[in-house]
Design a protein around this ligand. Structure first.
Ligand SMILES: Cc1ncc(COP(=O)(O)O)c(C=O)c1O
Length: 437
């Protein structure tokens, strides 16, 4: 089919899908209008916005979300990977409730944080010592601070299109809301171009901050050889290599660092590790982390009123100790790999140039057939295609991110996966040709 005709058909189908969405979600629309009175664009978390307006949720149970109009959705967003345990996991709820009942805002160290620290240090090879924060963003900020203090250098190597938090988004444009680090920007999955970007300033770089799989950037897995090359380069020049495992640490029994066998000097965490409550963690080699030891005369400060809040500590501890054991993590990762294969089989049956990328339980839809190695490659899917696909899947009761991002919770069942596959099959049958260029 002629490309212009396809584009026209895509625009028309999107218009119809939006009209249908508006007709089905009057309460979400009303809430959006009201929200716009107090929140810019009705929004307090950019990544949750989509046109014409997002669904407004009122409750959730297990794997189900309920919107303000009473529609139920199978939750395939999984709160961008923080929702690993689902919405109402009984042991997590009990742990959080006990922590609350026993009293919050203690203003002193508690017992939960000790065991949680022991657990995460035992699970993730990079961690000799760890510290907790309120978010992944904070964890990355603190890890970068630690690396700068440790090396006495200022430059930070990052990768185009990478995401490390609200103030650490390595976008095409230099948002002034970003943390004002002196960034050296490499190219993901391209060691040669990355080393070229660092040429001449190798010994001024404090840290390399890299996601072993870009999550928000499109579920793009790094080649192991690329990560190994970064490790060699970091070792050669006294640079601190930091794996941002805020998303990927759920994959496999010890995160991506175990899957690849590459142990970075530091690593950061967040999301599900707080059991579904606000959480972040950074840690690494003892000689770097001991700088935070308050017994040391030259200790680095790391405050944070809620760093060890009892709800996150207790829920996170129960989640890691009793539910997401190393064995469960391995099995869940395998389950994700199987589902991704099945989604790709559906695409193949329709003979379309599309793909689902990712690793384990984090994945992303792409509506083109080119290999996806950098966030630049994700731009080959037209925004209108993502919008149409998203609205059509919502209509079928499947919720995930507008940009095609999916993460799997432990609550999702085979029946949910069957519903996802059936919806995907239907949408490709009806719109596949329009979605793919
Ligand atoms: C890889 C990565 N790093 C850091 C962050 C920031 O975490 P938080 O949203 O908890 O600040 C995110 C969040 O999506 C992330 O995906």
């Amino acid at each position: 089919m002629d490309q212009h005709l396809r584009n026209d058909q895509l625009s028309e189908a999107l218009e119809r899908a939006e009209a249908d969405y508006i007709a089905r979600t009057p309460q979400s629309q009303a809430w959006q209008e009201r929200a716009s009175g107090g929140l810019p664009g009705g929004n307090t978390r950019t990544v949750l916005h989509f046109a014409p307006y997002p669904l407004r949720f009122v409750s959730a149970k297990d794997q189900w979300l309920t919107d303000a109009d009473g529609h139920k959705y199978r939750d395939y967003l999984g709160e961008y990977s923080a929702g690993l345990f689902g919405h109402t996991c009984a042991p997590i709820m009990a742990a959080a409730q006990k922590a609350i009942t026993d009293g919050t805002v203690l203003g002193g160290p508690n017992t939960y944080e000790v065991e949680l620290a022991e657990l995460v240090c035992a699970r993730f090879p990079a961690l000799e010592l760890v510290r907790f924060t309120n978010s992944g963003t904070e964890a990355n900020m603190m890890a970068l601070g630690a690396a700068r203090a440790h090396t006495g250098r200022d430059k930070i190597m990052v990768f185009a299109g990478g995401y490390h938090g609200g103030v650490l988004y390595i976008a095409d444009y230099a948002a002034r809301s970003n943390a004002p680090f002196d960034f050296v920007t490499g190219t993901y999955n391209d060691l040669e171009a990355t080393l070229a970007a660092a040429a001449g300033v190798e010994d001024e770089i404090a840290a390399i901050l890299v996601e072993p799989m870009m999550g928000g950037g499109g579920a793009i897995v790094a080649d192991t050889s690329f990560l190994a090359g970064l490790k060699d380069f970091a070792d050669q020049h006294g640079i601190v290599l930091i794996f941002d495992e805020v998303m990927t640490s759920r994959n496999g029994p010890g995160g991506h660092q175990v899957e690849t066998g590459i142990t970075p000097h530091m690593s950061t965490f967040g999301k599900y590790l707080g059991g579904g409550f606000s959480f972040g963690a950074f840690g690494g080699q003892r000689e770097i982390m001991r700088r935070f030891d308050p017994y040391e005369p030259d200790a680095l400060p790391h405050a944070g009123t809620f760093n060890n809040n009892v709800t996150s500590m207790a829920a996170g501890l129960t989640g890691m100790r009793d539910i997401y054991t190393a064995e469960r993590a391995a099995a869940h990762t395998e389950r994700g790999n199987r589902l991704r294969s099945k989604l790709n089989e559906v695409i193949a049956r329709h003979g379309l140039a599309a793909q689902v990328t990712g690793a384990g339980t984090i994945m992303c839809f792409h509506f083109h057939g080119e290999t996806v190695r950098t966030p630049e490659d994700t731009k080959l899917t037209r925004p209108e295609a993502y919008a149409l696909f998203h609205l059509e899947m919502l209509k079928r009761g499947i919720y995930f991110a507008r940009r095609g991002y999916v993460s799997l919770s432990l609550e999702l069942t085979d029946e949910d996966d069957a519903a996802l596959l059936a919806a995907f099959d239907e949408v490709l049958a009806e719109h596949g040709e329009k979605l793919c260029p």
